[in-house]
Write a protein that binds this ligand. Structure first.
Ligand code: MG
Length: 155
């Protein structure tokens, strides 16, 4: 089964930028109810999509106080547990991060290691890619960050 996920968060000065559970040094960060880990949110939606389990907003409503500022790694752990419950195994995850700045090259290995550990996968099965938006539109102006993700599950 294949699932697709997409998420966007606005960037604002003074907020923290956390991607794949790793804090990125940058003067802008994501505006969010949770910790705003847009990478994990897109991956969660890809996993839920593949499993036919709805979407992240249904599982973790952003109106629910218990999820305020919560680490998205915790949300991902919950989703992995839900998949295990239904005997799903993750085959692989692939994500594409779209942001103009900063460069993620030096952060990617740690992000990948983190996500692979949480998902119980070898790192080769959690692929991360980053691209700029070629200065086009709101993403190109650095107003936000978007992530596309796909996941394959087997049961
Ligand atoms: Mg989100």
């Amino acid at each position: 089964m294949i699932g697709f996920g997409y998420d966007v968060h606005r960037l604002k000065e003074g907020k923290s930028l956390i991607l794949g559970g790793v804090e990125i040094e940058y003067k802008y960060g994501t505006v969010a109810h949770s910790d705003g880990d847009v990478l994990i949110h897109a991956i969660i939606d890809a996993l839920l999509g593949a499993a036919g389990l709805g979407d992240i907003g249904e599982l973790f409503p952003d109106t629910d106080e218990q999820y305020k500022n919560i680490s998205s790694v915790m949300l991902l752990r919950d989703v992995i547990a839900a998949l295990k419950n239904e005997y799903f195994d993750i085959v692989n995850i692939d994500a594409q991060i779209v942001l103009e700045k900063p460069k993620l090259l030096h952060y990617k290995p740690e992000m990948r290691k983190n996500l692979a550990a949480v998902c119980g996968l070898p790192e080769r099965r959690v692929n991360l890619k980053a691209t700029t938006h070629e200065k086009l539109g709101p993403f190109g102006r650095g107003e936000g960050i978007a992530v596309y993700a796909v996941a394959e599950l087997k049961q």
